[in-house]
Design a protein around this ligand. Structure first.
Ligand SMILES: [Zn+2]
Ligand SMILES: [Zn+2]
Length: 124
């Protein structure tokens, strides 16, 4: 059984508020965020790892496009909706250290996104 298969099997029975380290993704992630990422196809199984999917619907709205370098908070593509979910500070049971760690992971992921394994999603 591959590391990925073992991970996906463990993911099904794991506590949603627990933390896990998916093969291919940097650092630790909340179990429920990895589950919803896979369900939304923001995260995809690719070779023997989990990768971030490139989202063809991702964009910057007209308002934000006018301000150079602005980060658009309004994009409603599945990747951005999921990222906001991951960023949610209201999750139960996490210690402040765990929350800080997770937020640091997400920031690193955003900065290093171009270097992360990426596969294209087929347009639906
Ligand atoms: Zn987006
Ligand atoms: Zn915007």
């Amino acid at each position: 059984m591959s590391e990925l298969a073992r991970f996906l099997e463990a993911l099904q029975s794991a506590d949603g508020d627990g933390f896990c380290s998916p093969p291919g993704l940097p650092g630790t992630w909340r179990v429920r965020h990895v589950r919803s990422g896979l369900a939304r196809r923001v995260l995809v199984e690719y070779d023997a790892i989990i990768a971030f999917a490139r989202n063809p619907r991702h964009g910057v709205c007209q308002n934000c496009a006018r301000i150079r370098g602005a980060e658009c908070d309004h994009c409603r593509c599945s990747t951005c909706v999921w990222e906001r979910e991951v960023d949610d500070r209201s999750g139960p049971k996490a210690t402040p250290e765990q929350v800080a760690q997770l937020q640091a992971q997400v920031r690193r992921f955003q900065i290093g996104r171009a270097k992360a394994p990426v596969v294209a999603l087929d347009a639906e």
